[in-house]
Design a protein around this ligand. Structure first.
Ligand SMILES: C[S@@+](CC[C@H](N)C(=O)[O-])C[C@H]1O[C@@H](n2cnc3c(N)ncnc32)[C@H](O)[C@@H]1O
Length: 264
């Protein structure tokens, strides 16, 4: 395993991914992702969730009698998925790197979720990962590629009292998409792309971009502002975000974007 991927694996093996959506403000990302992806769910098809984390989307994907292949780099996350869902007949769980899907033949899947690897892969590896997803996807089927844009992170890290990353470093990240200094944890193994970079990479393949949207807009920079909202108010906010999710002028400054492509 290459050194960069080993750092990503270490980060998630030491993490607490299963808690990510326990905060109702953060769950907006999950609900809106399901709202956007549900129109692409096949019926009795085969779906690859190729960085499934601790399985947040597995039950959603198993709807319609679909067979789900859930894989992830992290041993820890795969152990949690096995514990939670191991008894399901329609689920195959694998410890895999999304850069090498050679265990699967070409044109196998009716839908692929790749929501994790692009938070970490730069240039050539980013392209390789997208290529692998497209290879194992059936013609006319959909791949959902999640990524985090760098402008969002710039605002998040400037003068951040928790991470204390220097202003120069943050501005370097805003230009290049990653921190050049040796950092531990998430910031030391992450890559933040741009909407244009993701489009440019996708356009090197035989695909059509069917949707390019955000699932949470700039919410991630304003969690404190919404901490006292009631559940009803959060729901109004969530629906607003969903309604405006495809506003291309918001894509650069939002937290989690989906590039949704169809294999031609
Ligand atoms: C932030 S979590 C997202 C999990 C889930 N897809 C979701 O959207 O909630 C990112 C996941 O991607 C996995 N991951 C990162 N790089 C990967 C790679 N190259 N191959 C497979 N999994 C990877 C991590 O281990 C982690 O579980």
């Amino acid at each position: 395993m290459n050194k960069e991927i080993a750092k990503v694996k270490k980060y998630y093996d030491e993490g607490d991914e299963e808690l990510r959506f326990s905060d109702p403000r953060k769950k907006i990302e999950y609900i809106n992702t399901c709202e956007i992806v549900k129109k692409y769910l096949p019926i009795q098809g085969e779906i690859l969730d190729c960085a499934c984390g601790t399985g947040a989307y597995i039950e959603f994907l198993m709807q319609n009698n679909n067979k789900v292949y859930a894989s992830d780099l992290s041993d820890r996350n795969i152990a949690i998925v096995t514990d939670r869902f191991g008894q399901h007949n329609n689920l195959i769980i694998r410890n895999d790197n999304a850069l090498d899907l050679s265990v699967y033949p070409d044109n196998k899947f009716d839908l692929i979720l790749c929501m994790g690897p692009f938070y970490h892969l730069k240039s050539d590896l980013l392209k390789k990962c997208m290529q692998e997803c497209i290879r194992v996807l059936k013609k006319d089927s959909i791949a959902v590629c999640a990524y985090m844009p760098r402008q969002f992170v710039m605002w998040n890290l400037i003068n951040n009292p928790v991470y204390k990353i220097s202003f120069e470093e943050v501005m370097g990240l805003a230009e290049n998409g990653y921190l050049k200094s040796r950092q531990s944890g998430f910031w030391g193994c992450s890559y933040f792309s741009t909407p244009q970079e993701m489009l440019d990479i996708a356009n090197q393949f035989e695909v059509e971009v069917v949707e390019h949207c955000s699932v949470d807009l700039e919410l991630g920079n304003f969690y404190d502002k919404v901490k006292d909202l009631s559940n009803e108010e959060l729901e109004v906010l969530r629906k607003y975000i969903l309604k405006h999710s495809s506003n291309k002028y918001c894509l650069a400054s939002s937290k989690h974007n989906l590039l949704i492509i169809k294999k031609l």
